[in-house]
Design a binder for this molecule. Structure first.
Ligand code: NAI
Length: 267
């Protein structure tokens, strides 16, 4: 195994469950963490540890990171919504995680960022990670903050990060937008493996999608540096999905899709 102990936050979530099997192959111990209620009946395999914790609780983080060489950080609010829960889980939570990682001597963090960091660009507009951010809501802005933390902890403390701006990670693409944004679950597993094991990543930001014919994110140089070679292409679903459009307006026009239809939130 590459790692002795690997921590997976958000382990009870959709992607946590999908990724756990491929992560077990990389470590002796996979430490699964999520909110206590979510982790009530964890799907444990031999070698796993279950460590319920609220990322918003700074005092729980040192025990969570103790002995951890690398983290796959998926935990947090995963959709657009009001600010308070995003503040607690994504802004404070990710800060607490990085601080504890610094104290624990953790070497690398793979951070689940999001395409919503640039969700305000028009659909069809080609992007690389060199383009200025254009978050489409509190959620996207919170992921941009996480990318900022990743840069900070690399620059000051030498903790490596790969921030993955995940597109639409689902078993199959589900609508016309996903013909561009889909990330198959096997490509997700490969991308996370590359992000954990590629040498000398420093602080790298990469979009995460499959080899979709219609993809907007042209991140090939970063993908090559990570060793990521996607195997799937949403185009196989084009005939059945290209007319499955979101409502007219920003949701249909901008890359963030349905999240543009959520909010604003008044106090
Ligand atoms: P999910 O919502 O299914 O899983 C997130 C997990 O985080 C949940 O199990 C939840 O209980 C946990 N969590 C929430 N607040 C927490 C807190 N305060 N402390 C500890 N755990 C907490 O989301 P999913 O789809 O599995 O996504 C995983 C990550 O990837 C998220 O960070 C999400 O923002 C990101 N992402 C996912 C995409 C997708 O296509 N599924 C696209 C872009 C980003």
């Amino acid at each position: 195994p590459v790692f002795d102990t690997l921590l997976l936050t958000g382990a009870a979530g959709t992607l946590g469950r999908a990724l756990a099997p491929s992560l077990r192959a990389l470590c002796r111990t996979l430490r699964l963490s999520d909110l206590p209620a979510a982790l009530a009946a964890p799907p444990l395999q031999p070698g796993d540890e279950a460590r319920p914790a609220d990322l918003a609780d700074a005092s729980a983080m040192d025990a969570l990171l103790h002995g951890v060489q690398a983290v796959v950080h998926l935990g947090g609010v995963s959709v657009e919504g009001p600010f308070a829960p995003i503040l607690a889980a994504n802004l404070a939570g990710t800060t607490h995680l990085y601080e504890a990682a610094r104290r624990a001597g953790t070497r690398r963090i793979v951070f689940a960022s999001s395409n919503h960091v640039t969700g305000g660009y028009p659909q069809g507009h080609s992007l690389t990670t060199a383009c200025p951010p254009r978050p489409d809501g509190f959620y996207g802005a919170s992921k941009l903050y996480g990318e900022g933390l990743a840069a900070l902890y690399w620059q000051r403390y030498g903790i490596e990060s790969v921030c993955l701006r995940i597109g639409s990670a689902t078993p199959e693409p589900t609508d016309a937008r996903a013909l561009a944004t889909w990330l198959s679950l096997r490509d997700l597993a490969q991308l996370v493996r590359c992000a954990l094991t590629a040498p000398g990543v420093g602080c790298t930001v990469a979009y995460g999608c499959s080899a979709n014919t219609r993809r907007w994110w042209q991140d090939d140089a970063t993908w090559a540096r990570l060793g990521y070679a996607p195997q799937d292409n949403a185009e196989a679903w084009a005939a059945q999905l290209q007319d499955r459009l979101l409502p007219e307006g920003p949701q249909r026009e901008l890359q963030g899709g349905s999240f543009l239809g959520i909010g604003p939130f008044d106090p």
